[in-house]
Design a protein around this ligand. Structure first.
Ligand code: 13P
Length: 253
């Protein structure tokens, strides 16, 4: 069975003190070893990146990410952070194309493609987020839409590059306070479509959107799902640790 990626983005939450407490709690709990069959990852906000990197330490089993990065290596791009800067701060993953960035910050298929290429160029893992609106879903177009987003962002990559990419399918209607968790039935078809094109070729196919302690095990049971990308449930360390336990049990089953 493939490794299960289980991680969280803190989005725009946590003070430095809160971030440090979460990260040191995780470090102490894991004591240098990831749960068997599980790849943990955490994506703090930029302000906490180096603090979390220092707390986790160089040989941590937890991968560290940033929530966005620019495609250029350096230059006059006020307010942006480049992939080399993210790497310098300790990041190993670059999250790309979250629906909140597509909706509010002008992220497009073209910019996700440029950012994925930049991450790969500098040896970081692109975590590509894809997902459709409720309108698209209700019109029956989910699979076609998300495949379009994935193909557009990953266009031109060779097999070796593709093998370093992680894809997270996060239906927009399932994310955040206004979202509702997708049911297993709703996810079978989109993951079949993603699996047909990307299973065994990318490093992971994750589900995200209102993952909680009650639905996590079922979500991991969906064919082609190899991990979970989590917001609110993991922002309290205890929630994240419980998700890691659920994933470890699933990996062992
Ligand atoms: P929630 O788990 O809070 O719905 O957020 C999911 C998400 O957007 C992770 O990127």
């Amino acid at each position: 069975m493939s490794t299960l990626w289980v991680g969280t983005s803190w989005k725009m939450t946590k003070t430095l003190a809160e971030g440090r407490a979460w990260a040191s709690g995780l470090r102490d709990h894991l004591a240098g070893k990831a749960p068997a069959g599980v790849q943990p990852f955490v994506i703090p906000s930029f302000t906490a990146t180096t603090a979390v990197a220092d707390i986790l330490g160089e040989d941590s089993p937890v991968l560290l990410g940033v929530q966005n990065a620019h495609w250029e290596d350096a230059g006059a791009w006020t307010g942006e952070v480049s992939v080399p800067q993210a790497r310098d701060a300790g990041a190993q993953i670059v999250e790309i194309g979250h629906s909140e960035r597509r909706e509010h910050f002008g992220e497009t298929v073209e910019t996700t493609r440029l950012k994925a290429a930049a991450a790969l160029r500098h040896g970081l893992t692109p975590l590509l987020c894809i997902g459709e609106t409720l309108e698209v879903k209700d019109a029956g177009g989910s699979s076609e839409f998300i495949l379009g987003q994935a193909r557009g962002a990953l266009e031109g990559l060779d097999d070796q590059q593709l093998s370093r990419v992680v894809i997270a399918y996060e239906p927009i209607w399932a994310i955040g306070e206004k979202g509702r968790p997708a049911t297993t039935e709703e996810l079978i078809e989109p993951f079949a479509a993603l699996g047909e094109e990307y299973a065994g070729k990318v490093a992971g196919l994750l589900y995200g959107g209102s993952v909680n302690l009650d639905n996590a095990a079922d979500l991991l049971g969906i064919e082609h799902v190899t991990g979970l990308f989590v917001g609110r449930t993991a922002w309290q360390l205890e929630g994240y640790l419980e998700l890691l336990r659920i994933a470890e049990a699933h990996a062992a089953a």
